[in-house]
Design a protein around this ligand. Structure first.
Ligand SMILES: [Zn+2]
Length: 436
């Protein structure tokens, strides 16, 4: 406000008839004696706004001072609960002097929006004006205008975009307070301020993450998981330890179907580890595809962040024998007819035996449950094999039996069966005929 306009306003005040002028004071209050009002704000979300309003009055030049006090002692209690842009004030005036709780003002309930603080500061300044002893004044721009519109009292100009009326009090309000309590008006230096967040209320930044130091335990060399599945029932895991002198142990864990992120809860081995040396641990052979992970561990039990990993593919289930041929054969000195089987064993190094079954009229779908020795002969991977069905002399019915042969590996796993119906041995045709 320019000095010229200010002068004009003062002139108007002086010229105005009583009651129709600027500020309006509560005539019932004693005047010119200074005033201290203790207050307590129950709406902590609005602390910032209330403090701004209190400060505006305390710096106004009027001999009025709002001083914080405990809730029990405060003459003025500030509460929330007002709807929208509104507030309310009630005061009790005693000739014996103020008592705790004599004044109460209501300010808006917290909305949680940062923007609300600027309106609340304005409303609080207005309600404190009532506590000071001012009534509504609508003849010009004053904080004591009976209504507040958006960011300003109704008769005042709105703040520019991005700013708020941080002065909170107008000259008219201050003059009214000075008239009541004495002092010399000291209008706010600035009417508007940018809506920047107060520094004290800025959220503390989370501490920066510690700088990523290279993990001295992470340098486990390439891991291999190997097994001589044809002869051994173990998987050997081998690796090269990291070079750090802090390494004391290695932790090796196995997980089926996935590489584990932690060794917890898994089948694992903990072995001593020499920095830079070779490491080795053994596991029983698992027949499912599994990942082996190796962590370094220091003396305090801290694990390396990363594990080095390796997969081990278990040996495949065996394939059935190939080229199965069943031949009718003279098998007995007296001329009885038997059956001779020939086949080629599957290549898998784990194949150890075959199972043989026969049924009359159709091919067996299941291997013998408790195979007798002739039904489970030893087998050699990738080899031709011949087997005679000793002790079985079905005579002319022999060709009505179907034979089935399964490969079986050292883990007891079976292949699908190969099947064959007996056919006359090329060289023995006549014998069969004779025998018939
Ligand atoms: Zn009011």
């Amino acid at each position: 406000m320019s000095a010229k306009l200010s002068l004009l306003l003062t002139l108007l005040v002086l010229l105005a008839p009583a009651g129709a002028g600027a500020y309006s004071i509560n005539e019932g209050l004693s005047q010119g004696d200074g005033r201290v009002v203790t207050y307590y704000n129950t709406v902590s979300e609005h602390d910032w706004a209330v403090k701004r309003a209190v400060r505006a009055w305390n710096r106004s030049g009027a001999q009025i001072e709002f001083v914080p006090a405990s809730e029990e002692d405060a003459e003025l209690v500030i509460e929330g609960g007002a709807q929208g842009l509104s507030g309310h004030a009630s005061t009790t005036t005693r000739s014996s002097g103020p008592q705790a709780g004599d004044a109460k003002i209501t300010i808006p309930s917290p909305s949680g929006e940062r923007e609300q603080r600027f309106s609340v500061a304005l409303i609080a300044a207005h309600e404190l004006g009532h506590v000071v002893g001012l009534n509504h004044e609508d003849s010009g721009c004053a904080t004591m205008n009976s209504t507040i519109t958006a960011g300003a009292p109704a008769r005042c100009s709105q703040p520019p975009a991005g700013q708020w009326r941080c002065g909170l009090l107008e000259e008219d309000d201050i003059q009214g307070a000075v008239k009541l309590h004495g002092g010399a008006p000291r209008p706010p230096r600035r009417a508007y301020c940018p809506k920047v967040p107060p520094k004290a209320k800025a959220k503390p930044k989370p501490p920066p993450p510690p700088p990523q130091r290279p993990d001295p335990l992470s340098s486990v060399g390439a891991v291999r998981a190997i097994s001589d599945a044809g002869r051994s029932r173990r998987v050997t895991v081998r690796w090269l330890n990291g070079a750090s002198e802090r390494i004391r142990q290695a932790v090796v864990a196995r997980a089926p179907g996935r590489c584990p992120a932690k060794p917890d809860g898994l089948e694992r081995r903990i072995v001593p580890a020499d920095p830079g040396g070779e490491g080795r641990a053994t596991f029983s052979l698992a027949l499912v595809r599994s990942c082996y992970a190796v962590w370094s561990r220091d003396r305090s039990g801290r694990l390396s962040r990363e594990a080095a990993t390796a997969w081990y593919e278990p040996p495949a289930a065996p394939q059935p024998p190939t080229n199965l041929v069943a031949s009718l054969a003279l098998s007995h000195p007296l001329g009885d007819t038997g059956v001779s089987l020939r086949w080629h064993n599957a290549e898998g190094e784990t194949v150890r035996s075959v199972l043989i079954a026969r049924t009359k009229g159709s091919c067996p779908s299941r291997p013998p449950r408790r195979p007798r020795p002739w039904e489970s002969p030893a087998a050699w991977p990738d080899a031709f094999q011949e087997h005679h069905d000793f002790g079985f002399y079905p005579g002319p019915d022999a060709k009505r039996y179907c034979y089935a042969v399964w490969s079986r590996d050292r883990f007891g796993r079976l292949s699908r069966p190969a099947t064959a119906w007996p056919r006359p041995a090329e060289q023995d045709d006549e014998l069969i005929v004779l025998a018939g």
